[in-house]
Design a protein. Structure first.
Length: 102
């Protein structure tokens, strides 16, 4: 207790950060455009997979079941709807910003 009181009276000492925070490498930073492009690419990939599965089912591929096709189609649909909602929010934010007085 006396040692702690002595440290307080001497002033604030340097705090040491945990080792995972002290790393010298810079954090991996990606731009917003890169993240948006990645999201659009993932949606596109989902749609391609759904279309390929649908075509395989239509050709009679024995490894593809109807439930698999429907689940993949729903995944593609939901991801596309989410992307459209993000786009709508971005357009809305852009319109608000453009209406602001300079």
């Amino acid at each position: 207790m006396k040692a702690l009181k002595g440290e307080v009276q001497q002033g604030v000492r340097q705090l040491e950060l945990p080792s995972e925070i002290q790393s010298d490498k810079a954090p991996d930073r990606t731009g917003f455009g890169t993240m948006l492009k990645s999201a659009v690419d993932q949606v596109h990939e989902q749609q391609q997979v759904a279309n390929n599965m649908r075509e395989s089912y239509e050709r009679g591929d024995p490894g593809i079941d109807l439930p698999q096709v429907m689940i993949q189609a729903q995944k593609a649909s939901v991801s596309f709807q989410a992307m459209v909602q993000v786009r709508n929010r971005l357009v809305s934010a852009y319109e608000e910003i453009s209406k602001m007085p300079i």
